[in-house]
Design a protein around this ligand. Sequence first.
Ligand code: PDD
Length: 288
Amino acid sequence: MSASERIVYLNGEYLPHNQARVSVFDRGFLFGDGVYEVIPVLQGKLVDEDYSVERLSRSLNEISMAWPCSTQDYLHMLRTLIDRNHLQEGSVYVQVTRGVAERDFAYPKNTPSSIMAFTSERLLLNNPLAERGVSVVTVPDLRWKRRDIKSLNLLAQCMAKQEAAAQGAFEAWMVEDGRITEGSSSSAFIVKDGHIITRALSNAILPGIRRRVIIELTEKEGLVLEQRPFSVEEAHHADEAFLSSATTLVLPVVLVDGQAVGDGKPGAITQRLRELYIATLLAEAARK
Ligand code: PDD
């Protein structure tokens, strides 16, 4: 189905996207007061579904919002949306905002939350970037102090990604105190002397679901993992580098700030992790 015929979900209704309307008083629109998830879809099935539900629960809880419906109804809605859009491979975006109320900073009382979701078709498995690798540039991390919440406030990430685009790069790796926190919309990893290095969870980064699964895979495979901040300098001198997210899965990084990573080709550990992760996802899709 083409993007122009897309059916979206909005507060209980499945509508052609150009008929879906939200109020100008929606707190998501006025304040970015809400949270979201992006969930990959493979072979028409949601994957990494449980971890995504867990993270949405956490995000809602951290901003004192209740679930807009039961998790069962939520998942049923996402599956219906996938079916209505005949989506085979891509992602679902879903956001929950604190609803419509007079503009006032403090949370309104007894206001129902708003929930909206849409699908996007994209190549996850046969992404040509997985063969070529991508480039990243480092930029200052301008974000707030609760980056662990998957909040709708993404202006600093838009600015970072725009800086990357202006420099012809795929992603921006954001830097704080000389260390890389994460990508503007992905988790960041380097590999040095066989050690896979990624920042530990804290309020400084989003708890990426792909990051979580990659860590589980490294444990299963007996690979060495270090959870610690790494410097821009270390990224420049890494043997391999990669990024991960719902929409990219695992992608090799072959250039950091214009400097080749290792021999400038996707690294062996990176490619192995991508293969293992894809196998896990396909097994999950096949079970459903
Ligand atoms: N972004 N870090 C940030 C800041 C992100 O925005 C994302 C995801 C990730 C990776 O998390 P996950 O593996 O759970 O997708 C890390 C999504 C894809 C987005 O905003 O479109």
